[in-house]
Design a protein around this ligand. Structure first.
Ligand code: C5P
Length: 399
């Protein structure tokens, strides 16, 4: 979870989609991430799930009545002033249509109308035919033009039994997009190519050599630079991680494939972040069929894989960021690597401990810069490190 969620004042506005039960889980996740919640239910939403449940799950006040008297407050203006961010989830076609045209005939709509200066996120969910109706599409466009971040629903089975666009996305996607909504767009207009994960080098049709990289660091970096407004392409080795919303992802297997995809995309990119743990060796030849098990040892001859960074051409004017994992003499050997690979910056991972680095949610790193500057980031969640890295990259771009 992003550190930006801690202490964030989230005004969760809930309208009456069938996916309302998922909004309870959203409230619970935000609470666990340290956000401060206030919830507004539309009158129809309140018919579906009581304020009692929302209040208990969100550990927060829940409002629905525009005429409710509370300490002399004018509820809708006070709540709109209080919020750091407004989240409308689920967003029904009806509520979006009213919000798009400035109708304020309940507390939820009046509060939204009073918050045009706040970051706002809408999560549309409904039946496909309602979603694809030109009226709904027009209203969503209108909300986007008015500064809302409206996320696309998912394709899948709907509560009405039909199949199509309209499903409520996973709450991890919504929380991620909430962070996007509140992040300063310091990398707006930049095209960033990120690599992540391990590579897999084939021995035969079923066996391969790989390493312990989970891809978590590279995926967190892709998300952080996208949250900062960059247009991101992710070249990913095999990982067990979910696809990232709004990030074009190119799946690759071997080091050679990764090199080819990176080379193809580099010319259109402003920044390359090589977070992948590229295998250093690959079998000299891979068998098309599964090798038969024999008595005695099996000899494998390995050759070096291409060094992607060293092979890159036309890097002039691009910002190149690498990663490197070492135990001993971390800063010294990673600085040497930065120079040899002509990088502007390298993220040096300390893999001497057992509780950070490969396959962990945490890392302890140094940011080393071409001009000799060094920044130590103590053991922290990979999301925090990725957000720090995105800010440092934005600073380098502004120099
Ligand atoms: O593996 P090594 O320590 O050399 O990795 C340093 C940087 O070089 C990383 O950013 C990694 O993605 C990149 N690399 C590469 N091609 C390789 C091996 C590593 O571009 N074959």
């Amino acid at each position: 979870m992003s550190p930006r969620l801690k202490g964030l004042k989230v005004l969760l506005c809930v309208s009456s989609g069938i996916a309302i039960y998922k909004a309870l889980d959203l409230a619970s996740r935000l609470r666990k991430a340290g956000s401060e919640l206030t919830i507004i239910l539309s009158p129809e939403a309140r018919e579906m799930v009581s304020d009692y449940v929302f209040s208990a799950v969100g550990n927060c006040p829940v409002y629905h009545d525009i005429n409710q008297v509370r300490d002399g407050w004018i509820l809708h203006t006070e709540l709109s002033r209080w919020a750091d961010v407004v989240v409308l989830a689920p967003a029904t076609a009806n509520t979006m249509a009213k919000a798009a045209s400035g109708i304020a005939d309940n507390l939820l709509l009046a509060t939204i109308l009073a918050a045009p200066d706040k970051p706002r996120l809408a999560v549309p969910t409904m039946n496909t035919r309602m979603y694809e109706n030109p009226a709904t599409l027009r209203n969503m466009k209108c909300l986007r033009d008015n500064g809302w971040h409206v996320i696309d629903p998912e394709l899948g089975e709907l509560a009405c039994g039909e199949f199509g666009m309209g499903r409520y996305p996973d709450n991890s996607v919504i929380v991620g997009e909430l962070v996007y909504t509140i992040t300063k767009k310091a990398l707006a207009g930049k095209k960033v190519l990120v690599t992540a994960g391990p590579t897999r080098e084939r021995i035969d049709s079923v066996r391969f050599i790989t390493n312990r990289s989970s891809g978590k660091m590279g995926y967190a970096v892709a998300r952080a630079v996208r949250n900062a407004g960059a247009n991101v392409t992710l070249v990913s080795g095999p990982t067990g991680l979910s696809f990232l919303y709004s990030i074009e992802t190119i799946a690759v297997e071997s080091a050679v494939e990764m090199r080819d995809r990176v080379s193809e995309r580099l010319s259109e990119s402003d920044i390359l972040i090589m977070a992948a743990a590229v295998a250093d060796y690959t079998p000299e030849s891979a068998s098309e069929e599964k090798l038969k098990k024999e008595e005695g040892p099996l000899e494998l001859i390995l050759k070096r894989t291409p060094d992607i960074l060293l092979e890159l051409k036309e890097t002039e004017g691009k910002l190149l960021v690498g990663f490197c994992a070492e135990g001993k003499h971390l800063v010294q050997s990673c600085s040497e690597k930065m120079r040899r690979k002509r990088l502007d910056m390298i993220v040096a991972n300390d893999i001497s401990g057992t509780d950070s680095g490969f396959d962990s949610d945490y890392n302890e790193v140094w940011f080393l810069f071409k001009d000799g500057r060094k920044i130590h980031i103590p053991r922290s969640p990979k999301e925090d490190i990725a957000e720090n890295l995105a800010s440092e990259i934005a600073n380098l771009q502004q120099r």
